[in-house]
Each structure stands twice: as structure tokens, then as C-alpha cells.
Design a protein around this ligand. Structure first.
Ligand code: ADP
Ligand code: MG
Length: 310
């Protein structure tokens, strides 16, 4: 009997404090300047309706409105991260909904832009390359002019020819690709940047895999395709004719530009692509690939110091 009495006592006490808490909460909610403003704007709402929806008003008052209480997108304090609460009245009742906040919208915009550059096996530093850092000395002026001309034309229409950057190791050829890709991203054009030696290796290992065709389709259709270090890959007649040849053929027909970097000039690359123990036939096939490269790009040589030694 004592037990029941003490339980009852406790319940009554809890109930008291609950009531007190409730009254406090209600007071706080109704004193919230934004809630006040909302209720002032809707004098038709009766006390009963406000009372019934007090929990919604309370939730609204605890949340950050359009990032006013969050220092960054990552530290959003709201129940649904990146969403801001909105109160509205419909058919005499109060409704609480959530809409994307400013930070969420900005975050989505950046993420979408970031997707415009896709890369396979290209170092991260290259992806942050900027055209403003392409030092315009005499050894590179032709390459810079070519890149800027391409970018300028791309603002109105995507040119059908990219650039074939040839030059020694370390002069910044790959950096040029990154810089062009970043500028293209700013004007909403997507690029696909691929490091050739790894690309060939991957294609060879996934030869039995159905995904290979899907990948090839992707490379064929990217707005701008960039093949980094062509000629440095292990030579394979299959890759040259079936993969590279077919991608270039498609892009040539569709007038879609391709960028390349190579330690070889186009003339040297032709010899490299023909290298095989089967002789003459390969030369014809290599010549065909080179011809397609000429259709989708324009050769520009880059010289200068080896930046990797700096
Ligand atoms: P390549 O492809 O010709 O072998 P890279 O583009 O890889 O040369 O450049 C070699 C190094 O120099 C890289 O670390 C790259 O980030 C850096 N680099 C190249 N060009 C620039 C530049 N204009 N500004 C700053 N760093 C650069
Ligand atoms: Mg390179």
C-alpha cells in the first residue's frame, strides 16, 4: 500500500512539473519574435488552434532559419540537415514544412559543378589547376594561346578540335589539361580526363566484363575527352584499333573535341603505335589512328623546364 502511495505521489509531482514545463515552453514559444510575427499575420487563428499546434510552433522556434544559427553547412543544427522550417496556414490550420536552406542549395550547386569533371587515375593536384597559373613564357605561349582560343570559342559553341600537347616530361602538359577542364567546368561543359597507361591496363583486365562497353560509350560521348600521356601505354593492337580507334572514329563523326598530352610528337607517336612484330599492316593501322587524332585535335608543342625538379 505504501508503494502505491509513493508511486501516486511521484506521478502527481511529475505531473506538476510537466504542467510547469509545458507552461514555460508555451510562454517561450509565444514570445519567440518570429512566432509572434507569424501569429500577428494570422489573427484568424484561435487560441484552440494555436494550443493544438503548439508542438509545431515549438519545433519551428528551436530550428535554425535559413542558416541564421549555423556557422557552416557541415555544422547545421536542424533536425533535417540542410533544411529550414517554414510555417504556413492552410484551411484554418497551422502547418510546418521544411525547405532546402541557402547553404544546402549552394552545396548542391558546387557538387553538380564538380561532377562536370570526371577523371580516371589523374592526380588530385591536377584537378585544381587554373589557367591563371599557366606561366606565359615564350616556350609556352603557343600552347596558352591555343588553350585560351579553345575556351573562348567554347563559350558559344564547342569547337570540333581539341589540342594535342606534345613535349618533354615534366613541362606541365597534364597541368594544361586540368586547367582547361576547370575552365570548361565554369562554363558548364563536362570533361573526362583519363590517364592512358592505366586506362589500357583497366581495359585489358575488364575485357570479359560487360561494363567495358558502357565505359567506352561514356568516353565516346563526353563533351570533352582528354587522354593524358598517349604513347606511354603498353602497346596493344587490340586497344589501338578496337578501343582507341572506335572512340576517336565516333568523336570525329560527331565533331566532338579530344585533348591529348604526349611525350611524342604526332609523327613519333605514329611510329610508336605501329610498333609490333607484324610489320607493314600495323603501319597502316597506326596511320589511321593518327589521322583520326588530327581530325579531333590540333598539335601544339610545349617546351620549358622540367617542373618536377623544382
Ligand atoms: P607533364 O604532364 O608535362 O609531364 P605535369 O603537368 O605533370 O607535367 O607537371 C609537372 C609538375 O609541375 C606537376 O607537379 C604540376 O602540378 C606542376 N605544374 C605544371 N605546370 C604548372 C603551373 N603552370 N603552375 C604550377 N604548377 C605546375
Ligand atoms: Mg603528364
Amino acid at each position: 500500500m505504501k508503494k502505491i502511495q509513493s508511486a501516486l505521489h511521484k506521478w502527481m509531482k511529475d505531473n506538476e512539473s510537466f504542467k510547469e514545463n509545458y507552461t514555460n515552453m508555451k510562454q517561450n514559444v509565444l514570445n519567440d519574435p518570429e512566432i509572434k510575427q507569424f501569429l500577428d499575420g494570422h489573427p484568424e487563428l484561435s487560441d484552440a488552434v494555436i494550443e493544438k499546434n503548439l508542438i509545431k510552433l515549438y519545433e519551428f522556434s528551436t530550428q535554425s532559419k535559413q542558416c541564421d544559427r549555423c556557422s557552416s553547412f557541415g555544422s547545421c543544427i536542424n533536425i533535417i540537415k540542410g533544411y529550414s522550417p517554414v510555417l504556413h496556414v492552410d484551411q484554418g490550420d497551422i502547418h510546418l514544412s521544411y525547405e532546402k536552406c541557402h547553404s544546402m542549395l549552394a552545396h548542391e550547386r558546387t557538387a553538380k559543378q564538380q561532377q562536370l569533371i570526371q577523371s580516371l587515375y589523374v592526380p588530385k593536384e591536377i584537378l585544381s589547376a587554373s589557367v591563371d597559373d599557366l606561366d606565359p613564357d615564350a616556350t609556352r605561349s603557343e600552347a596558352i594561346t591555343a588553350a585560351l582560343t579553345f575556351l573562348n570559342k567554347a563559350k558559344t559553341e564547342l569547337p570540333s578540335k581539341g589540342i594535342f600537347f606534345s613535349g618533354p616530361f615534366g613541362v606541365g602538359k597534364t597541368y594544361f589539361l586540368g586547367a582547361v577542364a576547370n575552365k570548361l567546368k565554369d562554363i558548364g561543359i563536362s570533361s573526362m580526363l583519363i590517364y592512358m597507361p592505366e586506362f589500357v591496363r583497366e581495359m585489358k583486365t575488364s575485357i570479359k566484363d560487360d561494363s567495358i562497353n558502357e565505359k567506352i560509350e561514356h568516353f565516346k560521348k563526353a563533351d570533352v575527352l582528354m587522354l593524358d600521356d598517349i604513347g606511354a601505354e603498353t602497346q596493344s593492337a587490340w586497344f589501338r584499333d578496337e578501343i582507341l580507334g572506335s572512340i576517336l572514329q565516333y568523336r570525329m563523326m560527331e565533331r566532338l573535341p579530344v585533348f591529348f598530352t604526349s611525350n611524342y610528337t604526332l609523327k613519333q607517336l605514329q611510329e610508336q603505335l605501329a610498333f609490333s612484330n607484324r610489320g607493314g599492316v600495323e603501319e597502316v593501322k597506326a596511320g589511321r589512328v593518327i589521322e583520326r587524332i588530327r581530325q579531333v585535335s590540333r598539335e601544339v608543342e610545349i617546351y620549358g623546364p622540367n617542373r618536377r625538379e623544382e
